[in-house]
Design a protein around this ligand. Structure first.
Ligand SMILES: Cc1cc2nc3c(=O)[nH]c(=O)nc-3n(C[C@H](O)[C@H](O)[C@H](O)COP(=O)(O)OP(=O)(O)OC[C@H]3O[C@@H](n4cnc5c(N)ncnc54)[C@H](O)[C@@H]3O)c2cc1C
Ligand code: FES
Length: 314
């Protein structure tokens, strides 16, 4: 939510690795060239990039999930937006080097092509795009809530807070339809409850919720956070909820934040064509005055918005 035009550009990234982590989830690591590294050295969680996957070949037909075999052959004209699950900036006298990690879910022609990226390949990147999460100076408690593929920027934010704001008490809540849909490794924590290894590695405690009760809290992740807030007292002037996930989850989180008088920032998702504010395809309805709404662009004014401003039609 920094609301200023960040410098962006088009550059090449080298694929360092592209690993399958679950049935339809992959982890792609990219190393940016010098130009891209300069542009991304101050990137913040919630910002995103767009990849040009049009020149990437389809993987072997046997690798393409059965339900995507027809959709996969569609051409990929437009770049596709992705946020990051981690960004590592290594400063040096010749300039910074930036590596990013993208967690992606295979669900259409572009992400099917991503599966065939391999070490040493080159991919065209546009970015950094959008406005990320804002961290106020007096923040003491950060409550991070993620649903399904909304998890990557939340993992990035958890790591960013640990690195740059180590005094902030960060607690994460991650939800999915079922255990198999969590894009992370589930393990038993010290206090018996299930936790996520990727969050544990960065020192951020995590709570799991699944709609079908197959792991962690049995129900919506918003209800898991509500139970937690009922049991733990937080100073509402120094606590913020940060959320990313499907719109229904974000609407539920916005209501929860209102019930507990907590500030809340939500990262919205829209289908995006240009990613830079030109095509108007990614409108988000926001409250302008008490009785009036207006449209802002998810790619340019967002994707992170103040939850109180967003009009949720869900
Ligand atoms: C700011 C932003 C950050 C994102 N970060 C990630 C990420 O970290 N990891 C990840 O896996 N995906 C992320 N996405 C979604 C990703 O861009 C899409 O999954 C991708 O574009 C799909 O391309 P495709 O050609 O494979 O499938 P498509 O054929 O383009 O899409 C397949 C289906 O997925 C749904 N879909 C695709 N994109 C969106 C969208 N933006 N909003 C709502 N529904 C959509 C539609 O129902 C569509 O029919 C992000 C999207 C945005 C806007
Ligand atoms: S994607 Fe084109 S204006 Fe947002």
């Amino acid at each position: 939510m920094q609301h200023k035009d960040v410098q962006k550009g088009v550059f090449q990234a080298e694929v360092l690795s592209n690993q399958q982590i679950r049935q339809c989830y992959y982890r792609l690591n990219l190393l940016f060239d010098a130009h891209g590294s300069r542009l991304f050295q101050r990137v913040i969680p919630g910002q995103f990039l767009q990849l040009d996957l049009s020149p990437v070949a389809l993987p072997d037909i046997k690798q393409i999930p059965e339900h995507l075999k027809d959709a996969a052959v569609r051409g990929v004209m437009l770049r596709r937006p992705f946020s990051f699950s981690d960004v590592v900036v290594t400063p040096s006298t010749e300039g910074p080097t930036v590596k990013v990690e993208i967690l992606y879910c295979v669900l259409g022609p572009a992400t099917v092509r991503m599966m065939s990226l391999k070490k040493g390949d080159s991919v065209s990147v546009l970015g950094p795009l959008g406005n990320g999460f804002s961290i106020s100076e007096n923040l003491t408690d950060a409550l991070l809530i993620a649903g399904g593929m909304g998890s990557p920027p939340i993992l990035h934010l958890a790591g960013y807070l640990k690195r740059h704001h180590p005094d902030v008490n960060t607690v994460c809540f991650v939800g999915a339809k079922s255990c198999a849909d969590l894009p992370f490794t589930v393990k038993i924590g010290n206090f018996k409850g299930l936790i996520l290894e990727e969050f544990e590695l960065i020192g951020a405690p995590s709570h799991i919720a699944t709609d079908d009760g197959s792991a962690g809290f049995d129900g919506y992740v918003t209800d898991c956070l509500r139970h937690w807030l009922e049991k733990n007292s937080v100073d509402s002037a120094k606590t913020t909820i940060f959320a990313c996930g499907p719109e229904a989850m974000l609407a539920g989180t916005a209501r929860l934040a209102q019930d507990f008088s907590l500030p809340c920032q939500v990262s919205m998702e829209r289908m995006m064509a240009c990613g830079i504010g030109l095509c108007q395809s990614c409108a988000v309805e926001v409250k302008e005055t008490k009785n009036q709404t207006a449209y802002q662009l998810c790619c340019k004014n967002g994707p992170v918005f103040d939850a109180k401003k967003v009009v949720f039609r869900i």
